[in-house]
Design a protein around this ligand. Structure first.
Ligand code: GTP
Length: 602
């Protein structure tokens, strides 16, 4: 296809606004799939089907005849959820335009705003589309007002469609051809191909999704990665329609996938530029590397499952470059890993995939964030190799006397809510140590708020709290906002005066007392009673913030009934020693592994 007949675009939308439905409709209209083939085609993974969300970007090349001319339309699917902004960003690098899809009933939501600014900031043509106009409560006029208010979008440019019924979907294809410019590429220049996604296939190895910016790439070419300097031979090239269709060559302006002799998708560095071996080029602008924001310990349910879980984690991370993995061990939970995720949803999706695709059950500890400590004293600086230490594991909290200041990661949260919930929403943000940045009425019923919040305050249940106080109507998205000084302290748990290392947590000092109380009450609930009293103390430094006494259990009056029955007695003893293996001793207190799982789990 000549360059002027190529269009590369994405659909961006808030979750559930109908992106997959529209994509399927476009595929049907261009003959890529049969009408009413049932399941959504672009959402391949099982988790995606179950949760109805798109996790991994998928792509399809479509042919469409418009005014007698055949066009090649490359639809680049993007994930729509709050944690996956970095994947959206990567996908957009291969596009010149986006369809901004908004539900006619829900109106503009938090991810609509975030996605709009990603596309706008990348200088892409934006085709605004209101979907679900067939709904009884559809209010396209209100949505038009919102789009105009927030983004200065001309009401005449807005299309109104029903992706479900197919109403006006043809107009979307026409708008893409007429409004989105063809890619600015050169077929005469030496090859430059951008890797914008990669994944691992059990049979084919690493597969990279590429956008060819200049020149052409052919099967058999020797190519070199700008990032690693390593060279490979191209084994196969394909267009995605959306099934792979093998081709010998991909020209500038086109999108496709390639395999070469890369052993893992980690070698296929997203944002990397490929060029012909020996033909030096200027690398294409790389992307922000997505960095983990949320960390959690992952342990096998039982140590006998260690190897199985390890291989499952390895396989999944081959497919998900954004997860970071380091080994970790805990006296209670044994050998495990500390995994870093882009956000909470990412973490949930990952562990669900572990479970579903690899049959590996894992215990997940409560999530935490990465802190930064500035330390002083030249000796300490040499010891730690610099005056800044990053840590997420409470056991790595530096000695208090060497800390100059501690910084915690911050986010800017965008919340859109009907104004009748404004009071409670603001109260929630304040309680989470939020600082209001701006408020704006987006129509006469709804408000957009921006708050600066500590990441740590939103990773556990912020989204759920927001949803429940607004009957599901408030939406939320966040972006990274760097580090800020915070008074973070390490909270420790003592049982009968013995420190229980794995129960230490990092908390903001203003919340320490409240958290300490909750922790001690939770422990009262979970720790099985023993023959003696257990004093539970929760401390920060030398200060005891909460204490409880767990009373001994009463003598078991039935115990001696078993005295005479030898086989019964033996059985009980065997069971006891079996149980002992799984016990973690804190002084003379025996705690079953399950206790720790209950305390440490989220
Ligand atoms: P994510 O992949 O999670 O971002 O969701 P999505 O934006 O792809 O939404 P999806 O296409 O899965 O649609 C969400 C729901 O809206 C589904 O139940 C669709 O059937 C429904 N839906 C999509 N388009 C329309 C429409 O035009 N009219 C009506 N009535 N429902 C629609």
């Amino acid at each position: 296809t000549p360059i002027k007949y190529i269009r590369n675009f994405s659909i961006i939308a808030h979750v559930d606004h109908g992106k997959s439905t529209l994509a399927d409709r476009l595929l049907e209209m261009t003959g890529a799939i049969k009408t009413n083939s049932g399941a959504q085609v672009l959402d391949k993974l099982q988790v995606e089907k179950e949760r109805g969300i798109t996790v991994k970007a998928q792509t399809a090349s479509l042919k469409y005849v418009y005014k007698g001319q055949e066009y090649l339309l490359n639809l680049i699917d993007t994930p729509g959820h709050v944690d996956f902004a970095s994947e959206v960003y990567r996908s957009l690098a291969a596009c010149q335009g986006v369809i901004l899809l908004v539900d006619a009933n829900d109106g503009v939501q938090a991810q609509t705003v975030a996605n709009f600014y990603l596309a706008f900031g990348s200088d892409l043509t934006i085709v605004p589309v209101i979907n679900k106009i067939d709904l009884k409560n559809a209010n396209p006029e209100r949505v038009i007002e919102e789009l105009n208010n927030l983004f200065d979008i001309d009401p005449d440019e807005i299309l109104k469609i029903s992706a479900k019924n197919g109403t006006n979907v043809e107009k979307v294809l026409e708008a893409i051809i007429e409004r989105v410019p063809p890619p600015t590429v050169s077929r005469d220049a030496p090859l430059r191909a951008l890797i914008f996604d990669s994944w691992y296939d059990r049979y084919k190895g690493a597969i990279s999704l590429i956008f060819v910016k200049d020149g052409a790439i052919s099967v058999g070419d020797q190519i070199t990665s700008c990032y690693t300097g390593k060279s490979y031979e191209i084994k196969s090239l394909a267009f995605l329609r959306p099934q792979e269709e093998a081709v010998k060559r991909i020209f500038a302006g086109q999108v496709g996938c390639l395999t070469c002799n890369m052993r893992s998708s980690k070698e296929a560095y997203i944002g990397d530029t490929l060029h012909l071996k020996g033909v030096e080029v200027e690398p294409l602008p790389g992307f922000k590397e997505s960095k983990p924001m949320v960390y959690a310990g992952v342990y096998p349910m039982d140590q006998s499952q260690y190897a199985a879980l390890e291989s499952a984690i390895e396989k999944l991370t081959l497919n998900d470059n954004a997860v970071s993995v380091t080994k970790e061990s805990s006296p209670a939970l044994g050998q495990g890993w500390r995994l870093g995720f882009l956000g909470l949803l990412h973490m949930e999706v990952f562990t669900q995939r572990l479970d579903q695709e690899h049959d590996a059950q894992a215990v997940l500890t409560a999530p935490g964030v990465t802190y930064k400590a500035k330390i002083h004293g030249s000796k300490n600086i040499t010891k730690y190799g610099g005056n800044e230490i990053y840590f997420s594991n409470p056991t790595h909290f530096p000695e208090t006397q060497i800390i100059e200041e501690i910084h915690e990661p911050m986010v800017i949260a965008t919340i859109i809510t009907p104004d009748k919930y404004l009071g409670p929403v603001i109260a929630l943000c304040m309680e989470r140590r939020g600082v209001e940045k701006s408020t704006k009425n987006i129509d006469n019923e709804r408000v957009m708020l921006q708050f600066q919040l500590p990441l740590n305050e939103i990773i556990v249940d912020f989204h759920d709290a927001l949803k429940s106080m607004s009957s599901g109507f408030a939406s939320f998205d966040y972006e990274d906002a760097g580090f800020a000084i915070a008074n973070i302290v390490k909270m420790d748990v003592y049982l009968n005066g013995q420190l229980v290392e794995e129960l230490s947590t990092l908390v903001h000092s203003a919340k320490a007392t409240e958290k300490a109380r909750k922790m001690s009450l939770k422990l009262m609930d979970i720790i099985p009673r023993q023959q003696f009293l257990i004093a539970i103390q929760v401390t920060v430094g030398s200060k005891v913030l909460a204490r409880e006494n767990l009373k001994p259990y009463r003598k078991d009056v039935t115990a001696k009934l078993y005295g005479g029955d030898v086989t019964r007695r033996k059985k009980l003893l065997a069971r006891q020693s079996e149980g002992k293996k799984k016990m973690r001793m804190i002084g003379n207190i025996a705690l079953p592994r399950e206790t720790f799982i209950d305390v440490l789990k989220k």
